[in-house]
Design a protein around this ligand. Structure first.
Ligand code: G3P
Ligand code: MG
Length: 250
């Protein structure tokens, strides 16, 4: 049977940073929250601790989403695991930790969640992050029916990921679409392009899909924008509004 989205075998609506706005971002609680709402796919951000352990965190520094301070790249994993990554969000999440990438992988596999792993290197760690995270992802998801999709704004991280795990699919993330987008997708052998939703049009979506790649729009929080993007033909949306733009929205 022909699929409507031949270049996107992944879930259509993806929960941003695990649980969007309903749980502390990039935590196991967030992944569980999305799963309990019926989501089949989540996006989360991965970077390295000072001793090169991949963990989930968006920012380069700890202040905004944990009770720690300073740069993640300067922290040892043993110290990072003691941080509280839930209290900043709500008391009911107090004690939630910064998860190891391996723990997030285990939860995804156990609950049947597909993962869009965003490689989010600390400055200067692009190559190392791509290499280590891809290598671990390859082991952690070996034999999975639907492999995770590695995405990044960093060409260097994607290049390193490809060298370690060529079989894992990759997507290029961008805000505005660069003039040389097709050359970059070709060079990195990407299966999709993830674009800031307000830089997409039906023409751009069609041009990307004409190269046999999927198009994901981020971060779509207004249901009217979501409808418009779906009408434009995007393959998938990443959203924070996981209770409004739910897993069965489209
Ligand atoms: O992967 C889509 C989106 O997560 C990219 O932006 O800053 O939220 O990681 P950011
Ligand atoms: Mg992200």
């Amino acid at each position: 049977m022909l699929t409507e989205r031949p270049y996107w075998p992944y879930p259509r609506i993806v929960a941003h940073r695990g649980g969007g706005l309903l749980a502390p971002e990039n935590t196991l609680a967030a992944l569980r929250y999305a799963r309990n709402l019926g989501f089949e796919g989540v996006e989360f951000d991965v970077k390295l601790t000072g001793d090169d352990v991949p963990v989930l965190l968006h920012d380069d520094t700890l202040e905004r989403t944990t009770d720690g301070s300073g740069a993640m790249a300067d922290m040892l994993f043993d110290v990072v695991t003691q941080l509280d990554a839930g209290s900043w969000f709500a008391n009911e999440f107090a004690g939630e930790s910064v998860p190891a990438f391996a723990a997030a992988s285990a939860l995804c596999k156990e609950t049947g969640l597909w993962a869009n792993i965003e490689l989010k290197p600390s400055p200067g760690e692009e190559h190392k992050t791509g290499r280590i995270v891809a290598r671990m992802a390859k082991l952690l998801w070996s034999g999975a029916a639907l492999p995770p999709l590695l995405s990044s704004f960093s060409l260097e991280a994607l290049k390193a990921a490809r060298s370690q795990a060529p079989e894992l699919p990759r997507a290029l993330l961008c805000n505005e679409i660069p003039d040389d987008w097709e050359a970059s997708l070709d060079q990195l052998d990407c299966v999709a392009m993830h674009v800031a939703f307000d830089h997409l049009s039906a023409e751009v979506v069609a041009a990307i899909q004409a190269t046999r790649r999927g198009v994901l729009a981020y971060t779509v929080n207004d249901p009217l924008d979501a409808v418009e993007l779906i009408e434009m033909g995007v393959d998938a949306l990443v959203t924070d509004q996981i209770d409004v733009i739910g897993p069965h929205f489209a």
